[in-house]
Design a protein around this ligand. Structure first.
Ligand SMILES: [Zn+2]
Length: 93
């Protein structure tokens, strides 16, 4: 797992897929090379209405643990895990 500062995040996202908008995503898991990149600033500074830092990590862990690229499945699993620990705030307040 690689935590990126903003310049390295933009570089990494562009390298993964130039069509991705680095400003709109917070993590990328590349299962084939077993590497996850996280946008470090979003782990440190959550903004209301954006994914919470806990959700960002849970979502990427779900990609890894389920070995899945299916966003709906991963999102559902991450939300379930958070609910199990009584954390229902998928979005930052
Ligand atoms: Zn995802």
């Amino acid at each position: 797992m690689v935590i990126c500062d903003e310049p390295s995040w933009k570089y990494a996202v562009n390298d993964v897929n130039p069509l991705f908008d680095a400003n709109q995503i917070y993590g990328v898991t590349l299962r084939r090379v077993k590497t996850t990149f996280l946008r470090g600033t979003k782990l440190l500074h959550s903004f209301p209405g954006q994914p919470s830092s806990v959700y960002i990590v849970a979502h990427e862990l779900a990609h890894i643990m389920l070995n899945s690229e299916d966003e709906a499945t991963v999102t559902q699993a991450a939300a379930k895990w958070m609910a199990e620990r009584n954390d229902f705030d998928l979005l930052a307040k």
